[in-house]
Design a binder for this molecule. Structure first.
Ligand code: SF4
Length: 370
C-alpha cells in the first residue's frame, strides 16, 4: 500500500532523522519496491527552445531572462522523428520532447500530436512537456499515444511566489489533474537550492506525496545558477544546497513515494560521484544522460558509464512499478483514506507495460523536463 495522506509533521520528522538512519530507511523502501542496482536512463529533445512568456526565475528560456538564448520555432515533425530514430538506434526506449511554452496553442496541437504518434510509431515510449494543458489538449495527446507528461510543481506552495509570478501553484495542480484525467502518466518534481528553507523542502515533498496519486516520476533538481536568470544572478557563485541536505531530500522523496522513479536531474554535473552514490543509496533510480541538459551542462555519457562501472550499477531493464496502477488498468485504486492500493512489485522489482530510456544523443531539453 502506498500512502498519500502524509502530514507535514511526519515529513519534517523524516528530514530530521540522523542522516545514516534516514538513508538506511530510504534504502530499505527502495529495495522493497525497485531493483536497487538498476538506474533508469532518460534522454530529452527540445522541440521549441526559448522565448517563453513565463518568468520562472531559474530558467534561461524565459523571455524575461537576459541569458542571451535565441528563441527558436517549433521543430518540424520530420526533424523530431529523425532525432527520435537516432535516439532509438543509440538504445533509447523513451523519447522526451519539451517546448518552452506557457501552454500549447490549439493551432500547434496537430503538429505536436503528429510528433507523438510518429515517435510512438518508431516503437519508443513518448513523454512531453508543453506547459499548462486543457482537458481537451490532454485528451488529444493521449489519443496520439502520449505515455508521460512532465509538469513540475517546482517548490513548496509557500515559496512558489518567490520563483514564479506568471502562473499559480494551483494552476500547476490543475494541469496535473487534466493529465491524470486523460490517463497519461505524470512526471512531476521540482528544484532545491532556490533560496528555500528546510520547511519549504518539507512542503515541496508534502505537496507531491499527497497528490491523489503519486507521480510515476519525481525529478529532484539542484539549482544550476544560469547567468542572466533572476536566481542565477541572485545566487551567482554560491552553492545553494548542501550535498547532505540534497541527499536527505532524495531519501524523503523515496520513503514517501515508494513506487515512483526518483530522478536526479539538473545539478548532477556539479555533484561528486560520492554524492551521487549516496543519492542512489537513498533511493534515486533515474537520471538524464547526455552532455547537455536544457541549456546547462550535464554529466555526460562517458562519465556516467564510468561511474556506473565503478558503482556496479546498470541501466534499468525492469518496468516501472507505478505503471501498473494507472487509471484504466483495473489494478490500483486511490482510496478516500489516502492510500493507493494495488501495484505490488514483481519478483524482479518492477511491473507494468513501460520501462526506461537508454543512452542516446546529447539532449536539448525543455526546461520543464528536469
Ligand atoms: S521553466 Fe518552462 S514555463 Fe518556465 S520559463 Fe522555462 S520554459 Fe517557460
Amino acid at each position: 500500500m502506498t500512502r498519500t495522506n502524509w502530514t507535514r509533521d511526519e515529513i519534517a520528522e523524516l528530514f530530521d532523522l540522523p542522516f545514516t538512519e534516514l538513508v538506511f530507511r530510504a534504502a530499505e523502501v527502495h529495495r522493497a519496491h525497485h531493483a536497487a542496482g538498476e538506474v533508469q536512463l532518460c534522454t530529452l529533445l527540445s522541440i521549441k527552445t526559448g522565448g517563453c512568456p513565463e518568468d520562472c526565475g531559474y530558467c534561461s528560456q524565459s523571455a524575461h531572462a537576459k541569458s542571451g538564448l535565441k528563441a527558436e520555432k517549433l521543430m518540424d515533425v520530420e526533424a523530431v522523428l529523425a532525432a527520435a530514430a537516432e535516439a532509438r538506434a543509440a538504445g533509447s526506449q523513451r523519447f522526451c520532447m519539451g517546448a518552452a511554452w506557457r501552454e500549447p496553442k490549439d493551432r500547434d496541437m496537430g503538429k505536436v500530436c503528429a510528433m507523438v504518434a510518429g515517435v510512438k510509431g518508431l516503437g519508443l515510449e513518448t513523454c512531453m512537456t508543453l506547459g499548462m494543458l486543457t482537458g481537451d489538449q490532454a485528451k488529444q495527446l493521449k489519443d496520439a499515444g502520449l505515455d508521460y507528461y512532465n509538469h513540475n510543481i517546482d517548490t513548496s506552495p509557500e515559496h512558489y511566489g518567490e520563483v514564479i509570478t506568471t502562473r499559480t501553484f494551483q494552476e500547476r495542480l490543475d494541469t496535473l489533474e487534466e493529465v491524470r484525467g486523460a490517463g497519461i502518466a505524470v512526471c512531476c518534481g521540482g528544484i532545491v537550492g532556490m533560496g528555500e528553507s528546510r520547511d519549504d523542502r518539507v512542503g515541496f515533498i508534502h505537496a507531491l506525496a499527497t497528490l491523489p496519486r503519486h507521480p510515476e516520476s519525481v525529478p529532484i533538481n539542484a539549482l544550476v545558477p544560469v547567468k542572466g536568470t533572476v536566481l542565477g544572478d541572485m545566487f551567482a557563485g554560491e552553492k545553494m544546497i548542501d550535498d547532505i541536505e540534497f541527499v536527505r531530500t532524495v531519501a524523503v522523496a523515496r520513503i514517501t513515494m515508494p513506487r515512483s522513479m526518483v530522478r536526479l536531474s539538473a545539478g548532477r554535473e556539479s555533484m561528486s560521484e560520492s554524492t551521487q552514490a549516496l543519492c542512489f543509496l537513498a533511493g534515486a533510480n533515474s537520471i538524464f544522460t547526455g552532455d547537455k541538459l536544457l541549456t546547462t551542462a550535464n554529466a555526460g555519457d562517458s562519465a556516467d558509464a564510468a561511474m556506473f562501472a565503478k558503482l556496479g550499477l546498470k541501466p534499468m531493464e525492469a518496468e516501472e512499478p507505478m505503471r501498473k496502477i494507472l487509471p484504466g488498468t483495473g489494478r490500483g485504486t486511490a482510496t478516500r483514506s489516502g492510500v493507493v492500493e494495488g501495484g505490488e512489485r514483481s519478483e524482479h522489482g518492477g511491473v507494468g507495460p513501460l520501462h526506461h530510456v537508454s543512452y542516446g544523443p546529447p539532449p536539448r531539453a525543455g526546461e520543464e523536463l528536469v
